[in-house]
Design a protein around this ligand. Structure first.
Ligand code: ADP
Length: 471
């Protein structure tokens, strides 16, 4: 019988060598009737070589062979078997599609025990014909694992074990690609998979080594690698913990500092109002103009402090929302008029009418619109118009603020909604700000089950939209 030359060695190659001391005792011809072993593999070639050894030995011993695999693996196996002189019509050979077989007993993402026993049990009884030994290759567990349904894969391994001990005798070969276990999160489940098998065969990086010396070296290197990886993971976890602690302290500091700043600024505002009142009585116009400017600066300071306070409340989930039902048109008009008073260089043009009501925190929605309008004015110093549009669309009210300013390049458009993110192009860097207005706005809109997004092109202005569900 002609056997194709192989690049790597499989168990069928080494079962006759004298180097078996460090190899798991498994050799296809010595396998017990009820072995349930798992082979890990890096390449399909290695798996198929190994599998053809297993099935080939089965045919030679007159066993029935059931192969539940993907089409590609069935094709690859049959090609190898043909090269060994077997034919795919071989008596006792039952190839099945893994996905189609799975669909016969999976219910709500888990294998259903009774259906499994019925489907697979009857298959085995049919294959054995009451007298033959049965060898099975099953790839359904690996498919479940790869698609991310690891609990179902482990459950299915258990059902195979139950079937083996309660109903019928058969040997079972499972195989998993090694790369599907990469990552710390698989550590516990990998151990579970190994536990569900009577024998575990490492992938080709170990199995392909023939001499005991090579194998001892490989084990030593792997132990060293495992130790350093463990140390590295522990180090990273400690670093992440330190980072979280620093973040927590920073949030605490922002919260404390903004509270501390708020008190003097509030009294400053109070004294300014008093001064304004007194000066109005004396008619000192020029000093009153200075007071106006002072007021503007104090208002800016108040807004910054409030934003910082909001952010620290958001981080701790303590930002309160007072929901009420109100007409959105009136709010938009009111805010546009207020912002217009301060924005002397720009005309804010409002268009659209919805008559719609929303259930939301009126002040917070107003705060979002103020943020967008202030940004529209701030980032369009050479333009003189900002358009505000309000419309109703598919159960939502959509408010849009369009400016004709510097615009935002595509690569920044998602990031500007992140905390403290500011575009750092030389041209944009000159604008004052902390990079928190959009983050706060976005959080507020999300908390109202709405959506905030931007359309823009660099140098062509920007349009920010937000949508809120109708009442
Ligand atoms: P701030 O304006 O205080 O920096 P924001 O969170 O409001 O913070 O905005 C984040 C960044 O998004 C800004 O730094 C700016 O680069 C960009 N941006 C926001 N609005 C506009 C706009 N209308 N036009 C151009 N860029 C904008």
């Amino acid at each position: 019988m002609a056997i194709t030359p192989r690049k790597t060695y499989t168990y069928s190659d080494i079962e006759n060598t004298t180097e078996q001391a460090l190899v798991p005792t498994l050799a296809w011809s010595q396998m017990s009737e009820t072995d349930h072993f798992v082979q890990f593999y890096e390449t399909d070639d290695f798996l198929l070589d190994s599998l053809s050894g297993y099935i080939g030995k089965g045919f030679a011993a007159g066993d029935a062979c059931i192969v539940v695999a993907t089409q590609a693996h069935r094709d690859g196996l049959e090609k190898r078997l043909q090269a060994q002189g077997f034919d795919a019509q071989q008596d006792g050979y039952i190839p099945l599609d893994a996905l189609a077989t799975l669909s016969q007993f999976m219910v709500d993402g888990m294998p259903e025990p009774e259906r499994f026993a019925e489907v697979i049990g009857s298959l085995i009884v049919r294959a054995s014909g009451g007298r033959r030994r049965v060898r099975i290759f099953g790839e359904m567990v690996a498919l479940l694992w790869i698609e991310g349904n690891q609990p179902a894969a482990i459950r299915l391994e258990e059902l195979w074990n139950d079937l083996q001990t309660t109903t019928c005798h058969f040997a079972l070969f499972c195989a998993y690609p090694t790369h599907s276990f990469t990552g710390e999160e698989h550590r516990a489940r990998f151990a579970e998979v190994c536990q569900r098998h009577s024998q575990v065969i490492p992938d080709e990086s170990y199995s392909a080594l023939l001499s005991s010396e090579e194998r001892l070296r490989a084990i030593t290197l792997l132990q060293q690698k495992a130790n350093s990886l463990e140390a590295e993971v522990a180090e990273r976890k400690a670093a992440e913990e330190r980072l979280r602690e620093m973040e927590r302290r920073k949030d605490e500091f922002i919260c404390m500092a903004s509270h501390e700043l708020k008190t003097p600024v509030t009294s400053l505002k109070g004294f300014l109002a008093l001064l304004q009142h007194r000066l109005s009585a004396t008619g000192d116009e020029s000093t009153l103009r200075y007071i106006d400017r002072l007021n503007t600066q104090v208002n800016k300071l108040t807004k910054l402090i409030n934003d910082l306070l909001d952010i620290s409340k958001m981080e701790t989930g303590n930002l309160d929302y007072r929901l009420e039902r109100f007409g959105i048109d009136a709010l938009v008009l009111e805010i546009v008029e207020n912002v217009q008073e301060a924005a002397q260089k720009h005309r804010l043009l409002l268009d659209g009418h919805t008559g719609a009501e929303v259930c939301a925190d009126r002040d917070r929605i107003g705060q979002v619109l103020i943020n967008l309008l202030n940004n529209a004015v701030k980032y369009s110093p050479r333009a003189d118009t900002v358009l505000v549009h309000i419309a109703q669309n598919r159960g939502q009210v959509v408010i849009s603020v369009q400016d004709f300013g510097i615009g935002i390049a595509k690569e920044h458009q998602q990031k500007i909604f992140e905390r403290f993110y500011q575009v750092t192009d030389a041209e944009v860097k000159t604008y004052p700000g902390l990079g928190i207005g959009l983050y706060i706005s976005c959080e507020i809109i999300k908390r109202h089950n709405g959506h905030l997004w931007v359309e823009s092109e660099k140098g062509q202005g920007s349009t920010f939209h937000f949508a809120l569900p109708l009442y």
